[in-house]
Structure formats: C-alpha cells, structure tokens
Design a protein around this ligand. Structure first.
Ligand code: PLP
Length: 404
C-alpha cells in the first residue's frame, strides 16, 4: 500500500494569463501550441521522419545555410552550447572565449568542463568586441576554436560577426557562435559570413517553448569532428551518433521529444511564411518604438549605443525606484513578465524582450502604459501616455506596418 498521500489536487494545472516580455521564454503563437497538442506518433514513424526532414530544411532557411549537419538537439539552448563545444574541443585543445555577459561566461565553464585550455577576453557589460582585440588575442593565444555570443541576452549587446569570422579563419581557428537570442530576430548569415558552428534555442525569437536547440555545423567543423582522437565526453550530445538518427540510416539514439518537434516545425513554418526579412524588420521596428518610448520619459538604456539589440532592451531603473516592486506589480496587475538584471546589473536594469510572436506594437504600448502607471504611482513625474505617444509615432512613421 502506498503510504504517501498526494499534496496536489487532482484538477489540471491552469496557468495564469501572461504577456511574456522577458528574456525568454517568449509568447508562443497559437499554431505552435496547437501543434503540441496533436497525438503522439513513434519517433521512427515515417510521418515523424518526414517532419524531421522538413524541420532540417526550415532550419537551413532560418540559419541561411546549406550545411548538411543542421538539426535540433533535444534540450534547451544550453544543451546546444554544450553540444557544439563538447563536439569541437577535445581535452587539451585551446579555445578562446569572448565574454561580455553571462552567456559568454557560461561558455567558458562548459569548455573547461570539456577539458579545453580556455583563454577568455572580456568586455564590460553592455559592450561588444572589436575584431582587432580578437586578432591580438589569437596572436598571443593560438586556438582551435573561438567562441562568441551574437546576442548577449544578459546585456542587450549585439555583436557584429563578419570580420571576426575572417580573422578567426586567418588564424586557422573555427568560429563558434551562440545565436540563442539572435536566430530569427536579427540577421544571421551562417554561410555568407563563414561561421563554422552555431547553436540556438527554441524559446527566444523562434517563439516556441523551451526544449530544443537547433545547431548547424559547416564543412570545417565537420572535418574537426571526423579528426577527433577521443570520444565526445557526453554520450547524449555526441553528434556522431545523433547525426545518424537525423541523417540517412535513422539509427536509434534516444527517443526524440515528439511534441517539441511538432512545435519547432510549426514555429519554423511561421518564420518561413513571414520571411526572414519581414521578421527582422518587425523586431527592429518594435525595438525602436520601445527604446524611443523609454527615452521620451527619461529612462536610459544600459547597453552602449550603436550595438543595441531590438529584441532585448536593458532599461536603466530610475533612481529611487525599487526593481522588484515594479516587476511584481507589472505581473500582478497586467500579467506582464519582464526580466531583472544579472551579474553587475542586478537591481539596476529591467530586461524587456520583444521576441518572435511577442514583437508586436500592442505589446510595446501595453508595456509602456503599464510601466508609466507604476512610475507615476511611485511619485515619478510622467505625463499620461507620453511614452505610448512616442512609440506610436515610430510605428506611424514606419514604411511597413509591424503586424498586429
Ligand atoms: C537563453 C540563452 C542561453 C541558454 O538557453 P536555455 O534555453 O536557457 O538553456 C544561452 N545563450 C544565450 C545568449 C541565451 O540568451
């Protein structure tokens, strides 16, 4: 006889209505949610195999690549990071990691655990790397792999990559890019820019629940995989086995998370039907409207000008305003979730995400209106709707509407 009694009531869980405007997960399109509720089929069912093929083609479009080795790892964005790092480095290999926020820092940790000899170069929060710094670092510390984050979600910084790819190749190294928050939000041209390996996640600008990590590896990276002398430290994330399941012989490795793959296929189909260009324009416009709205009521941005992401804005919390009190009220009264600061920016910034399905004018004005109300109630002098008006002007002046 079981002796433990259940703590939870038998009723189904009912999540509250939320507007997810944080650093992820982002709001999911109804079509993606509906896809997840479809009946299960087997992971080797011909219909599921067909869905995997479609997903690979759609991922190649999102990544702008012809790389054969393009697939979705079972796990969140961090599993994508671990997959690409673990497969490209062997114990003793040198890796250079560019750290300007939490996720660059995480890459250092992952690479060290894989046995790499890691050198890191650092930039303060909110800044990005100059190609020259990377050239110098590679001169002083030749490396097999250079790791860098395109969209640092902890700081809102947008890293330019084209020149860095050239410099990395000149030094005979492979370029590994974290595109967890950038994929389908800002341009990423894997083939045209010559990026060797990329990982992403489903829960940011793809607007799919967290649970899969798209990755793509180009010819130089595949060559490095083939030349390995040691086994990949992680059995689960070993691409030499995973690619046999996604590739030709459908060799059983692990049971694919079926419903998550339904969701990703649907999210990628939405990306393809919108078109990348229109999607980038929508993110750019919504980000610009939000940032203009914040500036109009005297709220500064923490990320250095010139390299601010549109899909993740770090707003400086005004002097004397309590971070948590505002975020709690946004959640309680409007159902709005935004993120707090991380590391040195804890308590100093709000991180506002406008990602994927969440990047819509109605979310920009809803958020600004709610934030204004919170600030006014805390005694800040903000004219009613000042920021909403400023944001709407940006939308009105746009050549293309940003959708609804
Ligand atoms: C979110 C994020 C990750 C980690 O993804 P998880 O889905 O949380 O595991 C890695 N890198 C960046 C830049 C991210 O924004």
């Amino acid at each position: 006889m079981p002796t433990k009694t259940p703590l939870a009531p038998a009723a189904p869980f009912e999540p509250p209505v939320r507007v997810l405007l944080g650093p992820g997960p982002s709001d999911v399109h109804p079509r993606v949610r509906e896809a997840m509720a479809q009946p299960l089929i087997g992971h080797l069912d011909p219909a599921f195999v067909g869905l995997m093929d479609q997903t690979q083609e759609l991922l190649r479009y999102a990544f702008q690549t012809d790389n054969k080795l393009t697939l979705a790892i079972s796990g969140t964005g961090s599993a994508g990071m671990e997959t690409v790092v673990d497969n490209l480095v062997e114990p003793g290999d040198a890796m250079l990691v560019c750290v300007n926020g939490i996720f660059g820092g995480r890459m250092v940790d992952v690479a060290q655990r894989a046995g790499a000899k890691v050198t890191s170069i650092e930039r303060p929060y909110g800044e990005t790397f100059d190609p020259d710094e990377i050239r110098q670092a590679l001169k002083a510390h030749p490396a097999k792999v250079v790791g860098i984050v395109q969209a640092e979600t902890s700081t809102g910084a947008w890293q330019a990559l084209e020149e860095i790819a050239e410099i990395t190749h000149e030094a005979g190294a492979l370029l590994l890019v974290d595109a967890v928050t950038s994929l389908a939000g800002v341009p990423l041209e894997v083939d045209a820019w010559g990026i060797d390996a990329v990982y992403s996640g489903t829960q940011k600008c793809l607007s799919c629940p967290p649970g899969l990590a798209p990755v793509t590896l180009g010819p130089r990276a595949v060559e490095a995989l083939m030349a390995r002398k040691t086994k990949v430290q992680s059995w689960y994330l070993d691409l030499s086995m995973i690619m046999r399941y996604w590739g030709g012989d459908r060799f059983y490795h692990h049971t694919a998370p079926i419903s998550m793959n339904y969701a990703l296929r649907e999210a990628l189909a939405l990306v393809a039907s919108e078109g990348l260009e229109a999607r980038f324009a929508r993110h750019a416009l919504c980000g610009q409207a939000l940032q203009t709205g914040l500036a109009s009521i005297g709220i500064g941005l923490a990320t250095k000008a010139g390299n601010r992401l549109p899909q993740l804005t770090c707003a400086l919390i005004p002097e004397g305003i309590d971070d948590l009190a505002v975020r709690k009220r946004l959640l309680a009264d409007w159902g709005i979730e935004v993120g707090g600061g991380l590391g040195p920016w804890k308590g100093k910034v709000w991180r506002i995400g406008l990602m994927g399905h969440g990047a819509r004018p109605s979310n920009v004005t809803l958020f600004l209106s709610a934030l204004e109300t919170c600030l006014r109630d805390l005694g800040v002098d903000v004219p009613v709707d000042a920021s909403v008006k400023a944001a709407n002007e940006v939308f009105d002046q746009a050549e293309q509407p940003a959708g609804v």
